[in-house]
Design a protein around this ligand. Structure first.
Ligand SMILES: [Zn+2]
Ligand SMILES: [Zn+2]
Length: 449
């Protein structure tokens, strides 16, 4: 024994080990190798002995070998030995470095609830964007706040809100509002929109979309693009209505009741989105009709545009009315449009003079009177009204526009088609030519006449 110790002292470890083994002191040989951190040899020595080695001893040795490989950044081997030793912290580390995230995710279930390793695991998962898995880890640890924070950091606002509601954490709304304000400050409008939408705050998202449309307008974006943005805003706003529906008042049949049940401001926002979308829709429609030479239809649609003076530039509206009415030989309407154009004081003097000259040259040849108009009796009071009129001059009854033709629907009480998505109407004959709603472009499933 002494000889063995002396040999060990002088660094002759092979010799020392042999002497220990000869003396049948395998335990001392193992101890020697342990102090040398030669865990491979420790394992060999354990095995030589057959029985008598506890699982725990074996696992310690495996774990040490795992550490050895981890230090060498040999993660494949580290993983193997950590797995053998049931050393889950090291196993997680190895998986993380090997980018084997599916297996890493399974560690959440392997760890007991409240295990201090769970927050670490959650952090690992979050760092690679595995939000739901990270949340699961935090929840298993019992830290709901950390779970919400993870969602916020990963911008999974929908999940953040869902969790916050489930665990009744009031601060999330403030959190979202703050974050949205920050994004807006930084000019990241589209991200703010996405965030609000993901968080289920559809009206806020719709309001931001309206801002986006205004910005696009300043950039002189095509009108079709502006229309699409407003349609999107309006459809999101409808989502809000769907969200407030109850089993008693369902969305499909009780949309108007739902509109009455929400705050005036919110209801006005929803109506406003549709109003703006309609404005651009009818503007595009009138221009198209004019191009195709359907002059009377173009004039009818252009006249409808007067309902959208709050959305569209007045010059655009009245130029279109003037042009269409002139082509339709409705010189009465035409002269009124020119009068309106000449009062637009924000226009440059030169433009105003040009309008004046043009008017003079037209009305030197033609009397400013409309030719005999086709009239239809008002459905409400029976007085004849021009077929292009959006409302009855006598009783004020309104004729909604057909979204396909722009024509007033003079009998709005029966036989009309109503889109199930945007709730706008059209005449059945017109709509039969379409596969999708002309306004919101949702597919037409059935004819709800
Ligand atoms: Zn009437
Ligand atoms: Zn529609």
């Amino acid at each position: 024994m002494q000889r063995a110790e002396v040999a060990a002292f002088y660094g002759e470890f092979e010799e020392a080990e042999k002497l220990y083994l000869d003396a049948d002191r395998r335990d001392l040989a193992i101890e020697l190798r342990m102090t040398l951190c030669d865990w491979f040899r420790v394992v060999q020595l354990y095995r030589m002995g057959g029985s008598g080695v506890s699982d725990q001893q074996m696992e310690t040795a495996w774990r040490e070998i795992g550490h050895h490989f981890a230090n060498l950044r040999s993660w494949e081997s580290a993983k193997e030995y950590y797995d053998k030793s049931h050393y889950i912290e090291g196993f997680m580390e190895a998986l993380y470095h090997l980018e084997q995230f599916d297996e890493l995710e399974q560690c959440v279930e392997k760890l007991p609830e409240k295990s201090p390793l769970l927050p670490k695991l959650a952090e690992m998962l979050a760092s690679v964007g595995m939000c739901a898995e990270a949340v699961q880890a935090h929840l298993r640890f019992g830290d709901q706040k950390a779970a919400v924070n993870t969602c916020v950091n990963l911008r999974q606002w929908g999940e953040a809100v869902e969790l916050a509601q489930k665990y009744q954490m009031p601060q999330v709304n403030t959190l979202i509002a703050k974050h949205a304000a920050q994004l807006l400050n930084e000019g990241r409008l589209t991200e703010a929109i996405e965030m609000q939408r993901n968080a289920g705050r559809h009206l806020d998202a719709a309001r931001l979309l309206a801002q986006l449309a205004e910005r696009e307008l300043e950039k002189r974006a095509p009108m079709l693009r502006i229309k699409k943005i407003y349609i999107l805003a309006a459809l999101l706003a409808e989502q809000h209505l769907k969200a407030v529906a109850t089993p008693e008042i369902d969305y499909a049949s009780g949309r108007n009741t739902l509109l009455d049940s929400i705050s005036l401001e919110d209801a006005a926002c929803i109506e406003r989105m549709w109003h703006c979308a309609e404005a651009y829709h009818f503007m595009l429609l009138a221009q198209r009709q004019l191009r195709f030479g359907i002059i009377h239809s173009a004039l009818t649609t252009a006249i409808r545009l007067r309902e959208y003076e709050d959305v569209l530039p007045l010059e655009d509206i009245y130029c279109l009315v003037a042009l269409a009415s002139c082509a339709d030989r409705a010189f009465g309407t035409c002269s009124k449009a020119f009068l309106k154009l000449e009062t637009l004081s924000h226009l440059p003097e030169k433009t105003l003079q040009e309008y004046e000259q043009l008017a003079r040259s037209i009305f030197s040849k033609y009397e400013p009177e409309d030719a005999d108009l086709d009239t239809v009796p008002c459905y409400s009071c029976g007085v004849p009204v021009p077929d292009s009129s959006p409302a009855c001059v006598e009783c004020g009854a309104r004729f909604p526009a057909c979204i396909s033709s722009g024509k007033p629907i003079l009998q709005p009480t029966n036989n009309i088609w109503i889109c199930t998505t945007c709730h706008h109407c059209a005449s059945p004959v017109e709509i039969s030519r379409h596969r999708a709603c002309p306004l919101c472009h949702s597919l037409i499933a059935s004819m709800a006449v």
